[in-house]
Ligand binder design. Structure first.
Ligand SMILES: [Ca+2]
Length: 211
C-alpha cells in the first residue's frame, strides 16, 4: 500500500506549502517620508477581497525586512480599508490624534525624501509590493494616484500640495488651476471691451389710459 507514503508526502510537503499564507492586494498608498524620522509613516490599503493579517508581512526598506506588529486596531485590515505602518507608533498617534484608524508599529532608520526602494513581503520572502518611489520634497506626503497602478511608475505618485491624506484616498487637486491663472484673469478683463454704450433707449412705458 502506498497510502502511508502519500500521507508522509502530504505531511512533509503539503503542509509546509500551505503554511505561508500569501497576502494579496495590499498596496502602499501614501508615504510620509517628509516627517522627522520618529513620526515617519507609510499608509497601506487593502485592495483585495479578504481580510489581510498585516503582521504576517515584512516591510522591506533599506534592503532590510522590518517586522510589523500591532499597535491599535488589531492585526487585520479589512478590504477597501486604509491603515498606517508607523516608524514609532506611539509618536505617530500622538502627532495625529484625528486619525482613529488602525496603526501598526515597525521600525526603520529614515525614509528617504530622495526616493528609495520600498516594499511589503510575505514571510516566505515573496513580494506583495516592491518599487522605488520617486523623490519628493516640500514637507508634504507622497500619494499613490492610482492604487491599482504600478508603484514603480513615477507618474503614479504625486506630492500632496499642502499636507497629507492619512486614512483616506488620493483626491486630484485643482491647485494648479487656482494658483496660476490669476494674471490671466486680469488680462482677460482688460481685453474684453466694454460694450458700446449705444444702449437702446428704454421703451417708454405705455401710457396709462385716461379714465
Ligand atoms: Ca492617503
Amino acid at each position: 500500500m502506498n497510502i502511508f507514503r502519500i500521507l508522509i508526502f502530504i505531511i512533509f510537503v503539503g503542509i509546509p506549502l500551505g503554511v505561508h499564507a500569501q497576502i494579496d492586494g495590499i498596496v502602499i498608498s501614501e508615504i510620509g517620508a517628509f516627517e522627522p524620522a520618529d513620526t515617519e509613516w507609510i499608509e497601506i490599503y487593502n485592495s483585495g477581497s479578504e481580510d489581510a493579517a498585516i503582521t504576517e508581512l515584512r516591510l522591506f526598506e533599506n534592503s532590510t525586512n522590518h517586522g510589523i506588529t500591532t499597535y491599535r486596531g488589531g492585526a487585520v485590515v479589512a478590504p477597501n480599508t486604509y491603515a498606517i505602518i508607523a516608524n514609532k507608533a506611539a509618536d505617530f498617534v500622538a502627532k495625529y490624534p484625528d486619525y482613529t484608524g488602525t496603526v501598526f508599529d515597525s521600525s526603520w532608520g529614515s525614509l528617504k525624501e530622495e526616493g528609495e526602494e520600498l516594499g511589503l513581503k510575505n514571510d516566505d520572502d515573496s513580494v506583495v509590493e516592491q518599487f522605488i518611489y520617486p523623490a519628493h520634497s516640500g514637507g508634504t506626503s507622497l500619494e499613490r494616484v492610482d492604487l491599482g497602478g504600478d508603484g514603480s511608475d513615477a507618474h503614479n505618485w504625486a506630492g500632496h500640495p499642502s499636507g497629507h491624506t492619512i486614512g483616506t484616498g488620493y483626491i486630484a487637486v485643482i491647485a494648479e488651476e487656482t494658483a496660476e491663472p490669476e494674471a490671466e484673469v486680469e488680462t482677460e478683463t482688460e481685453v474684453t471691451p466694454e460694450p458700446e454704450s449705444e444702449t437702446a433707449p428704454a421703451p417708454e412705458p405705455e401710457a396709462a389710459p385716461q379714465p
